[in-house]
Design a protein around this ligand. Sequence first.
Ligand code: FE2
Length: 464
Amino acid sequence: MSKPFPPSPYLSDNYAPISMECDAFDLPVTGELPRALRGTLYRNGPNPQYAPRDANYHWFIGDGMVHAFHIEDGRVRYRNRWVRTNKFRLERAAGQALFGSWGNPATTDPAVAGQAGGAANTNILWHGGRLLALEEAHLPVELDRETLATRGNVDYAGKLPRAMTAHPKLDPVTGEMLFFAYSADGPFTPALDYGVVDRTGQLQQIERFEAPFPSMVHDFMATRNYVLFPILPVTGSMERATRGEPAYAWEPAKGAHIGIMPRQGGAAKMRWFRGEACYVFHVMNAWESGDKIVADVMQYETAPLFNPDAGSARARLCRWTFDMAGDSDTFTRAYLDDMAGEFPRFDERFATLPYRHGYFACREDGSRTVGDYNGLAHVDLERVTRSVHRLPEGDVASEPVFVPRAADSAEGDGWLLATVYRGAEKRSDLVVYEAGAIADGPVATVQLSHRVPFGFHGNWLGAD
Ligand SMILES: [Fe+2]
């Protein structure tokens, strides 16, 4: 008999886990699903299997659960499955949680000391013939694209040492997957790994470099010729951890350091740019314009976690510009929008390239927590206009995912898909918008009878 979940903000309302895995066929649809929309939306998020062992449970560390919506001929079927990580399997066998929060050895059952405790809960994407569930401190986990059965960890023939970011970049020109991993020399070390998996799923390149200090690096940027690593001052410290304090802390005096490395040429050619402290969880896109590198990011001026002032933090879409022809180590920043938002996405056929259309979950009154994003925004960066679909009171939007109408459609010609938590009904819908007309509301709404707990990221895989 397992224990009930304790009171906690991250175990309540729509952060609370659901306890079942299920299949649902022919979900009710209002509106009209486009006939050309054929494929599967996969989404991943934390859904702890058992009550935590200590008081430090956080949304970021719950066991990954994947939710898949398969759309074909105007009909939708749904399937959800936990990712059977090493942690999940050991805990299921024991009938209770075994791993302490954040891998804390003091609260981990000695029977699993030193074992991998990854949750595979952050992102899910298709690359190199594999469906990969990702979480930034552990190896990717492969799932079956139809059944969502877990196939096991992916270490690329032993070439991937320890971990991969949950935000690799898929290069639409070469088909490569570019990735990094932080704390590459062990917990809270300043080393990062950078690597490349080719379009066939073979790891072709991996190299290690030192950042100015150990930090939590959630995302990075790639252009045609460069990769950019934002080393921002949410710092990691083993000393703090051993004193029993949170290992991560906001240290704004350290400033922002952006390492820019040629994709060909390696870490020896890394160039570091410096600026005022900020934090960025998520990048929209980056590209080159002449001698300039431009990156659009969701920038917080103060860290939204591990920071006493976290409550005032809100992210806004901000453009960073780096002059590669100059000899300055500074860069410029300009906000593109005042709207608070997170989970930026775009038409990713234009990843690493100049682009025009971006989308994100937003909140018009400036609140920032995930449970607060009550709208979806579309920014046209060429016309400098923004349109918003505001959800009914109490409803919450997930990250929006863009799906092109056809492989050769113009940029932004397609649909935007998101899940919406219906606060009053305590269940979720899948919503489908015309991406160019989100203010008109969804063209189709697919009803689930249960909740999809607040999660992180997802991706579309078109039907063969
Ligand atoms: Fe993320």
